[in-house]
Design a binder for this molecule. Structure first.
Ligand code: MOS
Length: 721
């Protein structure tokens, strides 16, 4: 198997991440966080900070003529939130920056930042879904956009009321924060009138166009370079609020400036997975055939932005529902705006929904796998269109086979290990919408036989470089080492957002189309190996082509929208079909009877992501998703402070994530059937579907082990005792 394209650079430490850059004259910045959760800052005292040796600048406020708001990414803007800190005296959430310190060294900047003091006029905070002062809005009224409207197929409530078997439950999912290896941060430098930004981001285009808007620059004068991202997961999907202030102080000082947030600061200055509450109702006949389903969700947002909830987009497509009703409400609280975090809605939605489906299996006496197979469908219940491909049944059958599901005794508490531990086997399915974004691909073939590809995409470790390099190498019959892939850099392609698992299905069709064009240019046949060196020699100069592609049925104008740094995605409903990726997870838990410690010794996951573009990175991506899903089920929870706002456990000591010792065996299988209706390469998304359903499978396995249903994540020892 071909290893990942970035393997050598990464293991040798040569891969340079955004803040690894050390330009001459680099100055270092630090943020000063607000110590109240809401209110006003009436006075900031910077004297002690300014007296620290090496301090160059302490800024507490920018002028609206030099710094404009970035706009909310889901409202036509560029940032995860509309609020730009350091523009006025309002404090909307704990940890909001009230000053920016720049010094000769990071140590001096940090010391000075800690010496900045402030006087506040605090106001009461509401940080939980049920808090007094939290405001609940019906999403379809608050954000009247067609794709956010409530889902209504048939009369689900009546169908459930008339059903012989009914399941009803409320499920809670904690807020969570991404804790990537690479902290949020950037190195910014001015080269004449051009602003150069080195930053780990999933959206170099939004950084470029957002900074241009905030600072009044020509977007052509903002260069963004993000060749590697040390974990994006959605938190790095947009312009960060500290960047424009950083650019302004770099200009004032005439020096490059670097800022790296602390781990605690990323809990307050980056987006996070909002807390949600799910109410699920199912009605079925005695055989477990589902007759109606209702999924209602309350999701936390901030006061200043409405982060849209899209949980029912996936649950409404999971099975062949004759009737389905989905509804979202948004609860405004005193936090920074929450946002996307790997499988942002799907993971929590599926915990709730697939827990309820498991309860239905027990209520009807059906095997949980058989019940899911009996409710399979090839038609999207919402759009009425066929799924372009759907191999969920195959995922369930293969997963059951590989896991050894047939040996399961369905009675809870019936299976024990030699050491006395209770064994639980659980299953859950999952899905994720199939999106495609516009992409521009620029291909150059040179006389040395090499091909260079610049394309929209960001390498977050998911393996997009490997997938692109393999496609080019296979297509032209050249060595994969003769392919150079340039992503995440505005010098080579527009760099529209890479997220929502659309990276591969976006970049690969663009590169595929570029390859057809390149072959014509080189006078080569449309298929078969190409002697690139000889063809370029015949041509007499390097061959260069540029193509732009969009999703199925997407208007060509979408390319311009993407070039301007705005979201421009298509799917999952297309003119002729609907597209989703599918997965089935089988989980074994062992519950130690005295301590009730829960271990997960093995998982089998089988995925339908269309054609597998890069086997090594694809399998890694699924393992990563499974590990995170287990972490979500058993470990992760951001604890908001009801008295003074903010998140209390904002460190890796107190926000436990899965570590190697927590992870057992994870077997990954792929159906590997190309989805050629979706795009000519046949690839669908993978990164997020990998995680969807894992938490439900864990919770279902815990129920099988102990007989106890858990309606709230994470499931901790004291919940099982
Ligand atoms: Mo992802 S949470 O869409 O970066």
């Amino acid at each position: 198997m071909t290893p990942r394209a970035d393997a050598v650079e990464k293991v040798t430490g040569r891969a340079a991440y955004g803040t690894d850059r050390v330009p001459d004259g680099l100055a270092h910045a630090a943020l000063v966080p607000a110590r109240i959760g809401r209110g006003r800052v009436s006075q900031v005292d910077t004297a002690a900070a300014e007296a620290v040796p090496g301090v160059l600048l302490v800024v507490t406020r920018f002028d609206e003529t030099e710094l404009r708001g970035p706009g909310f990414i889901m409202g036509g803007g560029f940032s995860f939130q509309s609020l730009q800190p350091l523009l006025d005296d309002r404090i909307a959430y704990r940890g909001q920056p009230i000053a920016l310190v720049v010094a000769e060294t990071p140590v001096a900047a940090t010391e000075a930042a800690e010496l900045v003091t402030a006087r506040y006029e605090p106001e009461p905070v509401a940080v939980h879904l049920d808090a007094e002062g939290a405001t609940t809005l019906v999403q379809e009224e608050a954000i009247p956009l067609p794709f956010l409207a409530d889902i209504k197929v048939g009369d689900a409530d009546a169908a459930i009321d008339a059903s012989p078997v009914r399941i009803e439950g409320t499920y809670e999912h904690a807020a969570q924060h991404a804790v990537p290896m690479e902290l949020n941060g950037a190195v910014v430098a001015w080269r004449g009138d051009t602003l150069v930004v080195h930053e780990g981001t999933q959206n170099a285009a939004a950084v470029r166009h957002g900074l241009a808007r905030q600072l009044g620059l020509d977007p052509a004068c903002v260069e963004v370079r993000s060749p590697y991202v040390g974990g994006g997961f959605g938190q790095k999907n947009s312009l960060q609020p500290h960047l424009a202030p950083l650019a302004l102080v770099a200009k004032r000082l005439g020096r490059p400036v670097k800022l790296v947030l602390t781990r605690t600061q990323t809990f307050h200055n980056g987006s996070f997975r909002p807390a949600t509450r799910h109410r699920v109702r199912l009605g079925a006949d005695e055989t477990g055939k589902i007759l109606g389903a209702v999924h209602e969700v309350d999701q936390q947002t901030s006061r200043h932005d409405l982060f849209p909830a899209m949980h029912t987009e996936v649950t409404s497509r999971l099975y062949g529902f004759p009737a389905f009703r989905g509804r979202h409400r948004l609860v405004q609280t005193d936090v920074q705006t929450p946002g996307y975090m790997r499988a942002p809605f799907e993971s929590s939605a599926m915990f709730a929904f697939e827990s309820a489906v498991d309860e239905l299996a027990y209520a009807t006496g059906r095997d949980p796998v058989a019940l899911r197979l009996a409710n399979d469908t090839m038609t999207d219940p919402v759009s009425g269109r066929p799924f372009s491909t759907r191999f969920l049944a195959e995922c369930l059958r293969r997963g059951a086979e590989d896991f050894g599901w047939a040996a399961r005794d369905p009675r809870p508490g019936s299976m024990r290990a030699d050491d006395g531990s209770l064994i639980g086997w659980g299953v859950a399915a999952g899905n994720y919408p199939g999106h495609i974004a516009p992409a521009v691909a620029h291909l150059t073939a040179t006389a040395d036989g090499r091909v260079t590809v610049g394309v929209d995409g960001h390498e977050m470790g998911q393996g997009i470089r490997s997938a692109i390099a393999l496609l080019v190498a296979d297509d032209l019959g050249i060595d994969v080492r003769d392919v150079e892939v340039r992503v995440g850099d505005t010098r080579y392609a527009p760099q529209h957002l890479t997220a929502g698992s659309w990276g591969t299905a976006t970049a690969l069709p663009a590169v595929h189309s570029g390859l057809r064009e390149l072959r014509r240019h080189l006078d080569a046949a449309d298929r078969g190996a190409v002697d690139v060196a000889a063809a370029v020699a015949r041509l007499g100069h390097p061959a260069e082509v540029e193509v732009a592609t969009v999703g199925p049925g997407q208007p060509p104008e979408a390319v311009g929208q993407a070039r301007a740094g705005h979201l421009a995605i298509s799917g999952p409903v297309y003119p002729e079909f609907s597209t989703f990726s599918w997965v089935a997870h089988f989980v074994e838990v062992r519950v130690e009877p005295t301590t009730c410690r829960i271990r997960v010794p093995r998982v089998v996951s089988v995925v339908d992501c269309g054609r597998v573009a890069s086997p090594v990175t694809a399998a890694s991506q699924v393992r990563g998703g499974v590990v995170w899903g287990i972490g979500g089920a058993l470990r992760e929870e951001s604890l908001a402070d009801p008295r003074s706002g903010g998140f209390l456990n904002a460190t890796l000591e107190e926000y436990p994530v899965m570590v190697n010792a927590d992870v057992g065996r994870i077997d990954v299988g792929f159906v590997d059937e190309p989805d050629l209706r979706f795009n000519p390469v046949g690839v669908k998304g993978l990164g997020e579907v990998a995680m969807v359903g894992v938490a439900a499978a864990v919770a279902n396995a815990v129920h099988h082990a102990t007989g106890k249903r858990h309606h709230r994540l994470p499931i901790r020892i004291d919940d099982v005792l």
